[in-house]
Design a protein around this ligand. Structure first.
Ligand code: MRU
Length: 358
């Protein structure tokens, strides 16, 4: 029997008001161990974000908001300008931990804006406002993921096969997730899908996290190596590709986990639609196109030695390890946000999302 709540109600990020403590589930230990760790210092926070203990664009934004609150509490000065400078320095440190996902900088800016708005209040009032803002960012994400899931579900029908890459489920966000949201919501409503989860080299988010979440929820999931995406498409087993996003440029070019653009190119060949699902906080209207998205490069040891008992490549071989790639907008069938489904031309449809807000 599917048990969707077993994954949608996991608290991947939790602020304990009684203990005044911030906890995250350490995603690097999954699927073997579901263990919480506490984040107290800026160093621990930066390390947790950089080493993907907390990961997924919306989740690192939510986590950074609580981090800013915890760090604000640690600043001991009555001088407000000094307080703002120190908080801003912490924000810069957190933001630099991962450059591609725009949600991180967005959440930090929201927290800084709140601090500025309350600069003339008492320290207690300002800290309360920062806490409330972090909770609001978190709650908003739950609402956004639910709405994305509803919109995304309209693109699926009973029995569909879906290919997904990386992990855009509850662990990467809150509640339903983005790319996994329609699948979890549909399953909750009695629908059946067959999901193919790319293992997602080199950090294996698909193997370790997506297959873990879907299996736990009772969804029919089959794990494949990234190189097997083509054969499952050719076999006619995939009716749609659902992927998340880390930054969407104004023209619809989308950065997501390395390998996503390859999936989209294959899908085009086989005539399979590609849907990108994410909150509007992942859309960067100041970024004109994919060429302007900063792509995080990581240590080649992730390719050579991580996960292996003994090295699987010559120790001194050169490695190129970009964490993300950009899928060209013309490979994307639609972009699903909490405000609805955007279709090409994206310059127009994405801009309309923000115009409507004003
Ligand atoms: O490096 P990661 O694991 O943080 O990369 C995550 C992704 O690429 C996700 O697909 C994206 O952040 C969307 S999460 C809803």
């Amino acid at each position: 029997m599917p048990d969707i709540k077993a994954v949608t109600h996991v608290q991947n990020i939790r602020y304990d008001r009684k203990e005044e403590a911030l906890y995250i589930i350490d995603q690097t230990l999954l699927p073997g161990e579901e263990k919480e760790i506490r984040l107290q210092t800026a160093e621990e926070m930066v390390e947790a974000i950089r080493s993907l203990r907390v990961r997924g664009a919306p989740a690192i934004g939510i986590c950074a908001a609580y981090c800013m609150y915890v760090l604000a509490k640690s600043i001991r000065t009555e001088d407000r300008q000094m307080f703002l400078r120190r908080l801003s320095d912490y924000g810069l440190q957190l933001d630099a931990a991962r450059p591609t996902a725009v949600n991180l900088g967005w959440a930090i800016r929201e927290m800084m804006r709140t601090a500025l708005e309350h600069v003339h209040d008492t320290r207690g009032q300002m800290l309360d406002a920062l806490y409330e803002k972090a909770v609001e960012i978190h709650r908003d994400d739950i609402a956004k993921c639910t709405a994305i899931s509803e919109h995304g579900l309209t693109l699926l029908k009973e029995g569909d096969g879906i290919l997904t890459h990386c992990n855009a489920g509850p662990l990467a966000t809150s509640r339903y997730g983005t790319a996994l949201g329609p699948i979890l919501l549909g399953t909750e409503r009695g629908m059946h899908f067959r999901v193919f989860a790319d293992e997602t080299r080199p950090l294996l988010q698909g193997a370790r996290l997506t297959s873990y979440e879907l299996l736990r929820a009772g969804v029919d999931v089959t794990l494949i190596c990234d190189s097997m995406a083509s054969i499952v498409m050719k076999n006619g087993w995939v009716q749609a590709c659902f992927v998340g996003c880390d930054r969407i440029a104004a023209n619809g070019d989308t950065a997501n986990k390395i390998g996503t653009s390859g999936v989209a190119i294959l899908a085009k060949h086989y005539g399979i639609p590609v849907y990108v699902l994410g909150p509007t906080s992942t859309i960067d209207m100041d970024c004109p196109d994919g060429d302007h998205i900063p792509i995080e490069e990581r240590d080649g040891e992730e390719i050579k030695t991580m996960w292996y008992e003994r090295p699987m490549a010559p120790a001194d071989v050169k490695c190129y390890d970009p964490a993300f790639d950009v899928t060209d907008h013309d490979l994307i069938t639609a972009i699903v946000t909490e405000k609805g489904i955007c279709r090409p031309p994206y310059k127009k449809s994405l801009a309309a999302l923000f115009r409507d807000k004003a």
